[in-house]
Design a protein around this ligand. Structure first.
Ligand code: NAD
Length: 387
């Protein structure tokens, strides 16, 4: 159980790039990183607008001289201080991730980077090599991967409770962009601009989330080839898609599908994963995150409840309140930051990370998957080998 006890000798001195006032994801990074006292927010370049970023940093309680106009100044100035930052989280639009992540690693910092990590597999590989050469960790914020029931699913599948895995059905299909809301909303506008968003919209923005959940639950699966069809139902978004279906064949004969969508009218979030084996299935849905459905063929379905003593010890290790009260996105993110802190602390001592976390390999894989999906879709929805 996670209980706020100290897990590192000192809180890690931490900064943010992006995540400024009014940003969608800034607050949850701060809330997750600061919850267990493992990070201390000491500096930042929070906003594309330097004055707004400085003002926001002051509102967060930072010293004015540590609220910087841009990331380059942040990294350079902090490197001069005896109490300079040790880690940084990057929560800016996609098109900036590569350069900021590269600069942070070159400055000797541990990094938590938003997904998608960058635009191309080549860039992602460069970041992987740089992180390895510098002995720094790169965590990627696939938030729900920190939820204890994801861990439970992984353990049950590993124990063979589903039988032989046949089908992995995934979706992240919300309805918030069913109309061209980007006309009035800058945070949506950059998501449909290839210069800022990259080669895809929903594949990278939402599809990579359940894909990563499948990687956690089913570490043995390897994609052999995939086929993707993508559409821009709001025409002005072309060439970027607001809907996509991806079919995958795995090398062990199993198959998978990811539905990535922002135009699923009426749907709130719609992130689900269903793993189907020869004997039973498991299903988890982020709108009801405290229940894992376990359905054995020929038997009544069972709902496994978060926090209960019948769960695997690895799932209970991520528990914060015990059974009954709900735990959701915020707790899952806090669990991830807890793991990031342990990994950073271990790396500083030359040790391997004690707990799995969405690392640079997860970041590279997300970028690779999007790249293959786009290649398939733009060739007319054809099968492409996965390399
Ligand atoms: P947003 O547009 O709401 O906010 C972006 C923030 O970054 C703003 O404060 C902006 O001023 C700042 N910014 C932009 N360029 C900057 C720069 N060069 N230097 C410093 N600050 C800069 O965007 P958002 O929705 O918060 O998304 C940010 C990132 O987080 C994206 O990569 C997105 O894909 C990702 N995201 C991830 C999740 C998740 O669940 N992991 C959820 C939402 C968004």
């Amino acid at each position: 159980m996670i209980n706020g006890e100290r897990i590192t000798a000192q809180a890690i001195r931490w900064a943010m790039v992006g995540g400024g006032q009014g940003s969608q994801i800034g607050y949850i990074h701060r809330s997750a990183a600061l919850r267990d006292g493992v990070f201390q927010l000491v500096a930042g370049a929070f906003d594309i607008d330097p004055a707004r970023g400085r003002e926001f940093g002051a509102q967060l309680g930072l010293s004015p001289e540590r609220c910087y106009p841009d990331y380059a100044t942040l990294f350079a100035q902090e490197a001069q201080r005896p109490d300079g930052i040790q880690a940084v989280s990057i929560a800016t639009p996609n098109g900036t991730h590569f350069a900021i992540c590269q600069a942070a690693l070159e400055a000797g910092l541990h990094v938590v980077c938003e997904k998608p990590l960058c635009f191309t597999t080549e860039q992602a590989e460069q970041l992987r090599q740089l992180a390895a050469a510098r002995g720094r960790i790169v965590g990627v914020s696939y938030g729900y991967a920190g939820h204890q029931l994801i861990e439970q699913a992984r353990e049950m599948i590993a124990a063979g409770e589903l039988g032989e895995i046949r089908i992995v059905q995934m979706q992240f299909a919300h309805g918030f962009h069913s109309e061209a809301v980007e006309a009035a909303n800058p945070a949506t506008r950059w998501r449909v601009d290839p210069k800022l968003a990259g080669p895809s919209y929903v594949l990278g923005d939402v599809g990579t989330h359940p894909l990563y959940l499948s990687e956690v639950m089913l570490p043995q699966l390897r994609i052999k080839r995939l086929l993707c069809s993508r559409q821009s139902f709001v025409k002005s978004r072309a060439p970027l898609e607001d809907n996509a279906f991806t079919l995958m064949e795995y090398d062990n004969g199993a198959v998978g599908q990811v539905w990535s969508c922002a135009v699923n009218a009426g749907s709130m979030h719609g992130q689900k994963i269903r793993v189907i084996g020869s004997r039973a299935s498991l299903e988890w849905w982020d709108e009801r995150p405290n229940q894992l459905s376990f359905e054995v063929q020929g038997q009544p379905a069972r709902l496994l409840e978060r926090g209960m003593g019948y769960l695997h010890p690895a799932a209970l290790a991520d528990d914060r309140i015990g059974a009954g009260h709900p735990e959701g996105l915020f707790e899952a993110w806090s669990n991830l930051y807890y793991r990031f802190a342990l990994a950073m602390d271990a790396a500083d001592r030359g040790q391997p990370a004690p707990l799995r976390y969405p690392d640079i390999d997860a970041g590279v894989e997300g970028v690779r998957w999007v790249e293959h999906c786009v290649r398939s879709a733009d060739a007319g929805a054809v099968w492409v080998d996965y390399r």
